[in-house]
Design a binder for this molecule. Sequence first.
Ligand code: SF4
Length: 319
Amino acid sequence: MNIVYGPVPSRRLGMSLGIDPIPKLTCTFDCVYCQLGKKRHKVRGKEEVKEPFPTPQEITAGVEAALAEHSHVDYITFSGSGEPTLNPHLAKAVEEVRKVSRLPVALITNSSLLTRSEVLAAAALFDLVLPSLDAGDQETFLRVNRPATGFEIDKIASAIGRLARRVPIWLEVMLVKSEKLRTNTDPDSIGHLIEKIRLIDPHEVNLNTCVRPPEEPVDPVPEETLLKIRERMEVELPKIPIVIVPKRTHSRSRLLREEELSGEILQLLAVRPCTPTDLSDALGINPAEVGKYLARLAEEGKIGRRVQASQLYYTFKGE
Ligand code: SF4
C-alpha cells in the first residue's frame, strides 16, 4: 500500500494528492456505508493499533516524489483507508509537508478523535478540515457509524465546534437510506442533526450520499430527498451554506470525465482489490463502461488482475 496516492480528481478539492497516514483499513468506526469492505480493524484509539504508523519523514518523501512527477495538484489531503487522525505524528507530518510544498493541506476525518486535545491541536494546523457528522443523536450515531466503544456524539459535535473556531471546516453529512434498517434521513434524525450543526456553526455543510457497498443493505438517497433535506436545513440554518456534493464533478470535457473515473477506480483499488461488479456498484456506472476503463488501466500497468475463489479481482499496482 502506498502512503501517497494520486493525484486523483476529488469532487470537493479538485486534483488531490492523497496521503494515507495509517496502517491499512484501521478506523474508529464501522459505518454502514463504508466502501473499505469487511476487513477493517475497529479501534478506540492509536493505543490499540499494533502496526507501525508511517513517519512524517516517509510521508514527506512520498509527497516530494509525487510532486516532482505531477504538476497539477490543488490540495494535499490526509485521508486514506481509515481514520487519519489515529496517526500520533499528524502535527509533525503537516509541518514537514509544508516544508516541501506551498500547496494547501486538507484533512478528511470522521471527527471521532477530535475530543482528544492533541488531535484537535493537530487538526487546527490544516488549511481546511472536512470532518464528518452523520447523526445528531447517540442512537442514530450508533446505528449509522457503529463506533468502537466509548464514543459520544455530543462530545464529538462540541469538539468539531471548537475546531470550527480555529480553522475553516466543511462539515460532511453522509445520508443513506435502507429498506431494512432505520438510517439517518427520517425527520427526527434530521432534526437532531440540525441542532448539532447550529452549535458547530461550520463554514459550509456538504450533503453527500453513499455509493452502495456490496456488503450492506443501504442505498444512496434519491436526489429529491436530498433537495428536501437541504431545503429544511436552509430554513432552519439560514446563515450556513448547505451544498449538495455532486455525484460527479461537472466535467468540462469527455477527457476530464474519463480522467476522473480512472482516478476513482484507482482510488478504490488502492484501498482493496475489487471485482468489476464492486466497481460498477461503487461508481454507479454500467459494467461495460467499467470494463473499458479497467482494460485501459491494465494496459498502462497501473492495475493487475488476480483470481480468487473463481472470482476475478483487480488490484492496484501504483501510478
Ligand atoms: S469513518 Fe470512513 S473509513 Fe471509517 S468506517 Fe466510516 S466510512 Fe469507513
